[in-house]
Design a protein around this ligand. Structure first.
Ligand SMILES: [Ca+2]
Length: 500
């Protein structure tokens, strides 16, 4: 009996120790995969590409149906890393011109940096796309090691284009290295390398998980896959697998590789205490139709802020905490990961800057089913374009969302859509529902005030300076007065509180 008690006691202690350990975090991000591509989101077999591995991952945790990203690779990845809308960080666009400073300022604090601060080991295998030069690489932003690319994958096609002049454009490379030793080119990034990239990323990720399991230290592994960005070239092992063209072949390959990473976590005995997130950075790119992702019930392509662009798959598995089989339609933003994960590990986000992300620990990990936000804001460059609020979306600028359109511009009155009744955003209900303007735009007040307080980082700048966000239909001079007054009042209240 005594012996049994002792065994039970030891077992209990061992379990406590396991439960208390900081969870490992694996964040997988696909590129330009649409809302309608995965089986668990209504795609899969109807797209000629079953996705059993990702579907299973979703079924083992919580799957989100109202996950909001930014409208391109660069802003979305910036928002993920910083917890801030890209408009604050000068990362609303990737500039396809070599030698121009761009990407995330070294001043920004990333998820990797806050996790590292709390004892995490960190690695990224894949596409960074928020910095193309020394000082702005992931190894400068909290990652211990990196193997991957700085740019978007379309660069591999450039040399095949009519009139391409290789004397004017420096060749692109895959980079690799560590924060300690620095990074250097490890192989050319070209059409030959393109189909092999995700296999290498998978192998490096699997090896890293094995190594970390042995080290017993918590880790953060960020895997921004190359798939399913154009050009659509599947790995030779998957070529022809779907019988439905290169894009479907690439989807089957992608699902397989995600599955192998999950299997590696299981094989290493880390399943219970490892958080696995899977998401897509933005919707399909219109450039390569029909070899592109599908937007499911939504409309719009990469670059627009219609739902087809900014609503993407996202799922989280953490067997220790998250009840399996949940599907949730609460509004979540890609900016929410930074504060949520920071809070989870007992870290702190800096106080000298504004955050757009909110702590979603309840919804993500504690099965509350409720989001801490009612809306999200969307921008084009430094112009406010649209706000999502509850089931409504209100546009302050018009958008061209057809495949051949790449426009946005002025409206004579805001457009509004009920995206539950009208997921394609086709039927403007604005003129009958002007009441929505006030509540939907309430989010803009703290945002605008914080821009006045903390400024913006200009594209390519090292740190924030005074900046301005254009809000159509309003006079910026009036807004300035209004928000300066509000700021002064808030400061006075804070002083008063301090005195008490
Ligand atoms: Ca992308």
């Amino acid at each position: 009996m005594k012996r049994f008690s002792l065994l039970f006691f030891l077992y209990f202690i061992a379990n406590c120790a396991q439960a208390q350990a900081q969870p490992n975090i694996i964040f997988m991000l696909s590129d330009n995969l649409g809302y309608g591509d995965l089986g668990c989101y209504g795609g899969g077999i109807i797209r000629g590409a079953p996705t059993p591995n990702i579907d299973q991952l979703a079924s083992e945790g919580i799957r989100f149906t109202n996950f909001n990203v930014e409208s391109e690779c660069t802003p979305s990845r910036s928002a993920l890393m910083t917890g801030r809308y890209a408009v604050r960080s000068g990362t609303t666009r990737a500039v396809p011109i070599q030698g121009i400073p761009q990407g995330m300022a070294p001043w920004e604090v990333t998820i990797a940096e806050v996790l590292k601060e709390k004892g995490y080991q960190t690695a990224i295998f894949g596409k960074w796309h928020i910095g193309v030069e020394k000082g702005r690489f992931p190894t400068d932003q909290g990652f211990d090691e990196w193997w991957g690319i700085t740019n978007s994958t379309d660069v591999v096609s450039w040399p095949t284009r009519v009139g391409f002049d290789s004397t004017l454009i420096k060749p692109f490379n895959v980079l690799g290295g560590t924060a300690e030793t620095g990074v250097k080119p490890v192989m050319p990034y070209n059409l030959e390398a393109r189909p092999l990239m995700d296999e290498i990323i998978q192998e490096k990720s699997v090896a890293y998980i094995k190594k970390q399991a042995a080290s017993k230290k918590p880790f953060f592994l960020y895997i921004p896959w190359i798939a399913v960005h154009h050009p659509p070239i599947p790995h030779p092992d998957f070529k022809g697998k779907s019988g439905n063209g290169d894009f479907s072949d690439m989807m089957i390959e992608h699902d397989y590789r995600v599955g192998e990473v999950v299997k590696a976590v299981e094989a290493a005995g880390l399943s219970e205490n490892t958080i696995i997130v899977y998401a897509s950075d933005n919707g399909p790119d219109r450039a390569y139709f029909p070899d592109i992702g599908d937007t499911g019930p939504f409309r719009g392509y990469l670059g627009s802020v219609h739902e087809g662009s900014i609503r993407t798959p996202m799922m989280i598995r953490w067997p220790n905490k998250i009840k399996a089989g949940q599907v949730n339609n609460e509004i979540v933003s890609i900016t929410d990961f930074m504060p949520t994960l920071t809070n989870l590990v007992g870290g702190e986000i800096p106080k000298d800057r504004a955050y757009d992300g909110v702590n979603q620990a309840g919804l993500f990990f504690n099965n509350t089913g409720k989001s801490k936000r009612e809306g999200v804001l969307f921008f084009h460059d430094e112009t406010f374009v649209a706000a999502k609020w509850r089931q409504f979306k209100i546009y302050f600028q018009a958008e061209g969302v057809m495949q051949e359109e790449r426009t946005y511009g002025d409206l004579w009155a805001p457009q509004m859509y009920n995206i539950m009744q009208d997921p394609k955003e086709l039927h403007d209900i604005g003129l009958k529902n002007l009441w929505i303007v006030g509540p939907a735009l309430k989010q803009l007040v703290p945002f605008y005030a914080s821009v006045r307080q903390f400024g913006l980082v200009e594209s390519g700048a090292a740190k924030p300076g005074p900046g301005e966000v254009t809000i159509p239909f309003t006079k910026s001079s009036q807004l300035k007065e209004l928000f300066d007054e509000m700021l002064a009042q808030a400061k006075a209240r804070a002083m008063q509180k301090g005195k008490k």
